[in-house]
Design a protein around this ligand. Structure first.
Ligand code: TYM
Length: 326
């Protein structure tokens, strides 16, 4: 059975973009793959600010995984920092990664522009991500398009390592859905919907109230044409709403265009809001049941030995390959 693996950072409540880009795909494929879903808490240290409470956000994120329909019987759910082999392998992989490669990462270039005082961790972040993936011989990595370059560098590192030392790592591929590739900000639809956006009016968080969701979608930026047609360059706002509708209804973009060919923007926005409210209300109801139960600790306790043992085996093989230790 092929292995699926992905992780999300616990930096505040996740967005509709995170849900569509990563979690929804995990739910869709969980019957057909051996699935691993973790909380990338070590990655969130790279952009730490004072109001981050990683422990609470980690619990919230696991509750949201479950509320979104991730089945703990079909997915191995765990916390990255509880398995020390991620950081162990990351160091070895860093020594097999070029400075130039990491300098070309879009996310690093964008985030490091924001301050002169960024951490070394922000720079080496993709290598830790490669370790997350390669430790488990994952085949497919469901992500949004913003993480595609990071999965590609994990591939490059695996191929390079295998070539130098012999077959050690499986070479992974991205799994990116048609409509979920990149959900954009509702106010500035040329930018990715992101937790860290300054203006929260463009971002739908999974725990937003119905009133806020409707308000955000009804006031989403659109063009002046009044035609519901997918055209990312000239109609980014409408294209984004088409994407959201298509992803949540499991429809193709063409089918959504056809369905709304006689609608006006107001009508279409209302239908998008209805679909988002319906989906998020279900998730929120389940989240409220889960967050105060002991199920989260039970799942984590059950899985930790399993993930450590898989990772240890791979790490020991790597040490043998590069000839360190006894
Ligand atoms: P993170 O926490 O930034 O985002 C989690 C997932 O959500 C996707 N995503 C989006 N998809 C569509 N539209 C958007 N607007 C949008 N915003 C975010 C991201 O692509 C991602 O799939 N480095 C990763 C976490 C990570 C990881 C890994 C992922 C660590 N190790 C190993 C896969 C495999 C990150 O920061 O994601």
């Amino acid at each position: 059975m092929k292995r699926l693996l992905t992780g999300l950072q616990p930096t505040g409540v996740i967005t509709l973009g995170n849900y569509i880009g990563a979690i929804k795909q995990m739910v869709e494929y969980q019957d057909d793959y051996d699935s691993y879903l973790f909380v990338a808490d070590l990655h969130s240290l790279t952009v730490l600010n004072d109001d981050n409470n990683i422990k609470d956000s980690t619990r919230d994120l696991i509750a949201l995984y479950l509320a979104c329909g991730v089945d703990p019987k079909k997915n191995t759910i765990f916390i990255q920092s509880e398995n020390e082999y991620h950081t162990n392998l990351s160091w070895i992989l860093e020594c097999h990664t070029y400075f130039g490669e990491l300098s070309r990462m879009h996310q690093f270039k964008e985030k490091s522009k924001k301050s002169d005082n960024f951490s070394a961790g922000l720079f080496t972040y993709p290598v830790l991500m490669a370790a997350d993936i390669l430790l488990y011989d994952a085949d497919l990595i469901p992500v949004g398009i913003d993480q595609k370059q990071h999965v590609e560098i994990a591939r490059d590192i695996a191929i390079r390592f295998n070539k130098k030392y012999g077959d050690t790592f499986n070479v992974p591929d991205c799994l990116i859905s048609e409509s979920g590739t990149k959900i954009m900000d509702l106010v500035t639809p040329d930018k990715k919907m992101s937790k860290s956006a300054e203006n929260k009016k463009g971002v739908i968080f999974l725990l937003d109230s119905e009133k806020d969701i409707r308000k955000k979608i009804m006031s989403a930026t659109t063009d002046s044409e009044m035609v519901i047609k997918y055209d990312k360059d000239n109609k980014p706002g409408i294209s984004n709403l088409i994407n959201i509708y298509a992803a949540l209804k499991n429809m193709s973009i063409k089918e959504v265009e056809e369905l709304f060919k006689d609608s006006n923007y107001g009508n279409f926005k209302k239908c998008v809001a209805d679909v988002v409210v319906e989906e998020l209300t279900k998730i929120q109801n389940k989240y409220n049941e889960i967050i105060n139960s002991d199920i989260i600790d039970k799942i984590l306790d059950e899985n930790i030995d399993k993930v450590r043992s898989i990772a240890k085996e791979k790490y020991d093989l790597v040490k043998k390959r590069i000839s360190i230790g006894r």
